[in-house]
Design a protein around this ligand. Structure first.
Ligand code: UD1
Ligand code: UDP
Length: 385
């Protein structure tokens, strides 16, 4: 049997992490059937936003790096499409694998679908129902350009059905006769695989931060809506500073470069206050193992990240989400994630509730059995048999 050539397109931090689950599963069980070619669009490029993940998670060095870098949505995406098209022409893969909802996902979907390469979308069907978010447009276009769609939750699977995808479709699958699957979440595969290793390898990291287990709050902020709208960012930061002070709680904040840029350039005095506060630890983006150790040992999490919000569930921590809506609706229904937007009253109420009474919450298994990557690869192979 000949090998199936799969082009894997990544570009942003969460995609390196997701791709590591697929790469690991290929290495351990599918390398005789699947050949993996990695295209890095270069959307994220700082060492701590990119290389660190390839090194730590032992992902194969990208076969191609388009080096696209940061720009406006249109310019960034168009440069990616041009670069990906050239590589697909040369590589002529059997299929193209995409993750999530970034501009790298969108570029890969458009380039591949227009060249008639089957697109496989991992994390299909997620919807915020807010088309002002760039990610929502990216998801919709990517899903509707795909041939195999792997939905990580019931809600995502139902969203696809609502948009006309039919679970009863039978092979051969094509872009006009796509197949939708309900799977688990490959990020859960990773959390299970790496949690123990993080404890083993990164214990000194917690010491260097001088934080005690279960006593600090982990905070991340990076969404366009929270960083580019200065007044919103100001409200968020001021509310966090006040809550830390009033409750004598340490906040650990590994900040995305986008957030640092906005604070430095537009909220200079507040950024100085943040850095001078003894209760707030602003640190550069951390590695995945460091991050999951922080999640695992935190008291609660405050974030606008999709991935971090789910990881709060994997590590059984309550979580406030600094958005008005989420794609991971099961977490909100479960009562362990609360949507607090950028509303100081909601943030305060949620904070007080979770910090005082976070112990009796339940964390059901919403995201599969930790073997989602293997399931996905098995189905990809089936498509070619
Ligand atoms: C992107 C995704 C978002 C995802 C996030 C994960 C889109 C539209 N957004 O957002 O869905 O949640 O990645 O982290 O694709 N920057 C650096 N160094 C880097 C990367 C970025 O300094 O290595 C700065 C640049 O100033 C850049 C800004 O961050 O303009 C935003 O980067 P960009 O990749 O456009 O979007 P993210 O906010 O990272
Ligand atoms: N992450 C990390 N270091 C950090 C912040 C996040 O390794 O400093 C990981 C986090 O554990 C999760 C993923 O990056 O697996 C989430 O990425 P991000 O928040 O950038 O994007 P989103 O998930 O919102 O698209």
């Amino acid at each position: 049997m000949s090998q199936i050539k799969l082009v894997n397109i990544v570009g942003a931090r969460p995609q390196f992490i997701k791709a590591s689950a697929i790469s690991r599963a290929i290495k351990t069980g599918f390398s005789d059937r699947l050949e993996e070619i990695i295209i890095h669009t270069g959307q994220h490029y700082d060492k701590e936003m990119s290389d660190i993940f390839f090194d730590e998670l032992e992902i194969h060095k990208p076969h191609y790096n388009l080096g696209v870098g940061s720009s406006t949505h249109g310019r960034q995406t168009s440069m990616m499409i041009t670069g990906i098209e050239e590589i697909l022409l040369k590589e002529k893969p059997d299929c193209v694998l995409l993750y999530g909802d970034t501009n790298s996902t969108l570029a890969g979907a458009i380039a591949a679908a227009k060249m008639h390469f089957p697109v496989i979308h991992v994390e299909a069907g997620l919807r915020s129902f807010n088309k002002m978010m760039p990610e929502e447009l990216n998801r919709i276009v990517s899903d509707h350009s795909s041939t195999l769609l792997f939905a990580p939750t019931n809600a995502a699977f139902k969203n696809l059905m609502r948009e006309g995808f039919r679970p009863e479709n039978s092979p051969p699958y094509t872009i006009d006769n796509p197949k939708i699957y309900l799977t688990g979440d490959i990020m859960y595969d990773n959390a299970l695989f790496y949690a123990g290793l993080a404890e083993k390898k990164k214990a000194s990291f917690l010491e260097s931060l001088e934080v005690k287990r279960n006593e600090f709050v982990l905070v991340t902020i990076h969404r366009e809506i929270n960083t580019d709208d200065t007044s919103r960012l100001e409200v968020l930061i001021k509310t966090l500073i006040t809550l830390a002070r009033e409750n004598s709680v340490t906040l650990v904040m590994p900040l995305h470069p986008r957030t640092v840029n906005s604070l430095k350039n537009k909220l200079t005095t507040l950024y100085k206050d943040l850095n001078n506060s003894s209760l707030i630890k602003i640190i550069p983006p951390v590695s995945y193992l460091e991050m999951i150790l922080l999640e695992k040992t935190s008291r609660m999490i405050i974030t606008d990240s999709g991935g971090v919000q789910k990881e709060s569930h994997f590590f059984r921590k309550p979580c406030l989400v600094l958005r008005a809506e989420t794609e991971w609706v099961e977490l909100v229904k479960n009562g362990t994630v609360e949507l607090v937007d950028a509303d100081p009253v909601k943030i305060r109420d949620g904070f007080m509730r979770f910090i005082n009474d976070g112990s009796g919450l339940e964390y059901p298994a919403f995201y599969g059995d930790g073997k989602t990557a293997e399931f996905i690869l098995g189905e990809i192979i089936m498509m070619f048999e």
